[in-house]
Design a binder for this molecule. Sequence first.
Ligand SMILES: Nc1ncnc2c1ncn2[C@@H]1O[C@H](COP(=O)(O)OP(=O)(O)O)[C@@H](O)[C@H]1O
Ligand code: SF4
Ligand SMILES: [Mg+2]
Length: 336
Amino acid sequence: MSVATPIISVDGVTKRFAGPDSLMRRLSGKPPLAVHALNEVSLDVYRGETLGIVGESGCGKSTLARCLVRLLDPDGGVIRFEGKDISHLKPSERRLFNRRVQMIFQDPYSSLNPRMTVSQILGEALFVHKMRPKGEIPNRIAELLELVRLPQDAAGRYPHEFSGGQRQRIGIARALAVEPDVIVADELVSALDVSVQAQVVNLLLQLQEQLHLTVIFVAHDLRLVRHISHRVAVMYLGQVMEISTSEALFTSPRHPYSKALLDAAPELDPAHRSRTAATRGELPSPLNLPPGCPFAGRCPHTFDRCRVERPMLTSRGPEHRAACHLTDFGAVDASI
Ligand SMILES: Nc1ncnc2c1ncn2[C@@H]1O[C@H](COP(=O)(O)OP(=O)(O)O)[C@@H](O)[C@H]1O
Ligand code: SF4
Ligand SMILES: [Mg+2]
């Protein structure tokens, strides 16, 4: 996969927001604080893969997802779609981009217009992007309902008549209506009951294979990410700490933070449950980023260099990169 050209490449992307107390600070003459939501994030997404993005709440996952679909503009760095900078698209290219890269939101309750029937919701998406001549729209709606395994009589009903899982299926159908190449799913199932989560994630997995979609699956639940992703990026305080194949990440993490995250997720491996590493120390505020490694305050392996020099992502093997000064962390000794 490494020789393939990425469909999306994120190159040194930075995004800051005004801090919560910036007005107070301004009034008292202090410079405004900034939330460093993304701090030079770089990663590639390949056509036809599912890339999982994981990390604790507040680490910048949604900000990255929003930058990827142009709901937010980065302050620095470049995002390219098929090699083109998405912040400099011509109007016609922008319309095409908006069709080909679709976001599915976390909250199925607020992302669907309560006054429109499912048929109207899907019909609108088909109409806006001129996906089908008018006469073919009812057939296409029927196909879409079948694709997401909703009954045909769903077409005439309103969002409130469905369960959370069904509403998420409607959201998926709406995204698929415009035949996208890329789906960005931000916490797709987090608002759903655990029993329903697997059904929706399995549906997305099947659709990804069937339609050769590229999926960016953003979630804080490691179990779901492992299940669905070919590769996984682990984020911490607006930075990518590790990126690798799902298999390598979950069996032999090469970054102390990924290791801590796995240790703190008992459902992944109850035999090795540990509460020490991940929950040790406070999560530093993105308002006050430490100068060196963002994980230095919580890492059990911190040494002098970690506090002054930010580690960059470097190779740990094929398809595997980690940002840690301990380049041999988690390495299996080949001589044994
Ligand atoms: N619109 C915004 N204004 C100010 N701060 C924001 C905004 N959106 C996100 N943030 C801050 O940016 C950081 C990253 O947030 P977010 O991307 O939502 O993280 P995640 O999705 O991983 O939980 C957090 O500190 C959050 O409070
Ligand atoms: S760079 Fe240092 S503080 Fe950061 S994860 Fe590696 S060992 Fe820990
Ligand atoms: Mg989020």
